[in-house]
Design a protein around this ligand. Structure first.
Ligand SMILES: CC(C)(COP(=O)(O)OP(=O)(O)OC[C@H]1O[C@@H](n2cnc3c(N)ncnc32)[C@H](O)[C@@H]1OP(=O)(O)O)[C@@H](O)C(=O)NCCC(=O)NCCS
Length: 153
């Protein structure tokens, strides 16, 4: 997928460092090192995608797929590129790949206080399923959300 200098594509091992940099900006106390990102890229059940702007990795997402279900593990956009619909486009691209793999529903867990991410997910059609009390190390609750891929996405 390519227009206006934005290229959206599957992730590869060369992206590990750039993705880890965005991780560091986006998930301060809990970021994935380049080594962890590299491990995720190589995991057989992992589906990773990136968006490049003018040749620089500006966003990424990782899913884990098994049978007809996938989990969205991570999605983040580098600070200066937020609110430009990059995550929306990245997500749509990933959904296309997942559908081709036979995935019918996507689950995710999001910090209850992460209003930006929750608004983003709701806009993509996710709905709230349940809360995991004190799921995160710092005691914050985790909201579980679900999206059914029924042809509309
Ligand atoms: C959540 C995140 C991935 C959204 O990326 P993005 O490229 O800025 O999102 P988009 O531009 O595609 O936004 C699409 C819609 O989502 C909602 N949204 C996105 N960011 C929002 C924010 N900060 N506040 C409120 N709504 C927001 C809006 O409805 C937006 O549409 P609009 O801009 O027309 O109002 C980005 O803010 C991010 O990287 N956050 C840090 C990492 C993170 O928390 N990831 C999720 C947890 S794993």
């Amino acid at each position: 997928m390519k227009d206006c200098g934005i290229v959206i594509r599957k992730i590869n091992a060369d992206d590990a460092l750039a993705v880890s940099d965005i991780e560091r900006q986006s998930f301060a106390g809990d970021f994935w090192s380049a080594g962890l990102v590299d491990g995720e890229i190589k995991s057989p059940s992992s589906v990773g995608v990136v968006a490049e702007v003018s040749g620089v990795v500006a966003a990424y997402a990782f899913f884990r797929a098994a049978d007809d279900e996938a989990e969205l593990l991570r999605i983040a956009v580098s600070g200066p590129f937020r609110r430009m619909k990059i995550a929306s486009r990245l997500f749509l691209f990933a959904v296309g790949i997942l559908k081709d793999m036979g995935v019918k529903k996507i689950f995710l867990e999001v910090r209850a206080g992460n209003a930006a991410a929750k608004a983003f997910y709701e806009g993509r059609g996710f709905s709230f399923v349940s809360v995991r009390r004190a799921y995160y190390d710092d005691g914050e609750d985790g909201d579980i959300m679900r999206l059914d891929l029924n042809g509309k996405n």
